[in-house]
Design a protein around this ligand. Structure first.
Ligand code: SF4
Length: 356
């Protein structure tokens, strides 16, 4: 019998489960409370359900779906990388990043990735499988530091818009009053920009959006990001200009403008996208958009001609953009010594070994 995980189900769906098993619908509401308010690890802990309800749930193949990480690596800077098992027998990496009053969790949505970005170890791994909503949520649910989290970013392994059903379901559970009741402003979803995902994400969520940009010139972006060929960065920017967050400075808050934040991620590569002419192209591309740019240091990965730039170049690039009116920051690189930094996540070895 296939195990069915309760994490990720809505109260309505849990009520349907209860009714199907011959119990009153309110049992579904009780289960939702045990899952999302009390974070139980097993059905036996749901102490206000009768023994019969608990036994039936278990005999019918239901389980909470909480699975602890099987491995943990700690960086000298406090970053922690966890290896979580997935429902279908694979593994994903999740990175916990404490920083003064903030604690951010970088979650994964797929095992491997189809996007094949040239600078990313996950892209090298190739695509293995998409996570279920339960697998995505479990990275938060079973995180030892769960109660310290202030922010969640979908910037781990995989492309969120390529697994949007599960990502949207996870966001619903995270933000609903009956769920974890998080503000959507504490959640950021990052994408290379798959056309199929934009409408639904923008219409059905209020989470922040981060675009993996990395190069302002389409033909050159395509060389390091094959996804450019399917839906180009110019089309993405045009689409985003139609959204209300793009014009929020020009519209009064009382008009109900979303306070959604838009950012562009830009890994700076030596000789590839780090010149003043690239900075000018970036300014032209993003002209008219209400957004910020996050510059990211590149960490060398094997068998690639790509290299990062020194601090001086990084600062010059940022200062040029900032002095021309584009809000630009340099993102701190965290967890490099445990391969937890941007672009370094991969479970290829563990997949090949079959064990963590
Ligand atoms: S950077 Fe993101 S989208 Fe690109 S290959 Fe890596 S995980 Fe996939």
């Amino acid at each position: 019998m296939t195990t069915q995980h309760l994490i990720g189900l809505t109260p309505d769906e849990l009520q349907q489960v209860a009714r199907r098993l011959g119990f009153p619908a309110f049992v579904g509401k009780q289960i939702a409370d045990w899952l999302y308010k009390k974070h139980v690890e097993g059905i036996d802990e749901m102490s206000n359900l009768s023994k019969k309800v608990r036994a039936t749930l278990q005999s019918e193949g239901y389980a909470v779906g909480a699975r602890k990480p099987v491995k943990c690596q700690r960086s000298k800077d406090g970053t922690v990388k966890y290896l979580f098992p997935t429902t279908d027998g694979h593994f994903v990496e999740t990175v916990y990043i404490p920083d003064k009053e903030r604690a951010t969790l970088c979650v994964s949505c797929q095992v491997g990735c189809k996007m094949k970005c040239a600078f990313c170890m996950t892209g090298r791994q190739g695509f293995v499988s998409s996570l279920s909503a339960a697998d995505i949520l479990n990275q938060i649910y079973s995180l030892p530091e769960r109660d310290t989290l202030t922010n969640i970013v979908f910037m781990g392994q995989g492309e969120p818009f390529d697994n949007l059903d599960a990502v949207m379901r996870a966001i619903e559970v995270l933000t609903a009053e009956w769920g974890h009741a998080w503000s959507p402003k504490r959640i950021t979803v990052s994408t290379v920009g798959l056309q199929k995902g934009f409408d639904r994400f923008l219409n059905e969520s209020k989470c922040h959006l981060a675009i993996s940009l990395h190069h302002p010139i389409p033909s050159e972006r395509a060389e390091i990001m094959p996804a450019e060929k399917a839906f180009g960065i110019k089309q993405i920017v045009e689409l985003l200009k139609q959204q209300d967050f793009c014009t929020r400075r020009k519209m009064p808050v009382e008009q109900g403008v979303h306070q959604r934040r838009l950012s562009f991620e830009y890994i700076v590569f030596q000789g590839i996208n780090d010149s003043i002419s690239h900075a000018k192209a970036l300014l032209r591309l993003l002209d008219g958009l209400e957004c910020r740019v996050n510059l990211i240091r590149f960490h060398d990965i094997p068998d690639t001609p790509l290299h990062g730039v020194d601090e001086k170049r990084m600062t010059e690039f940022r200062d040029y953009l900032t002095s021309h009116g584009l809000f630009t920051t340099i993102r701190a690189s965290r967890g490099q010594d445990i391969f937890a930094a941007c672009g370094l996540l991969s479970t290829a070895e563990k997949e090949a070994e079959g064990t963590p």
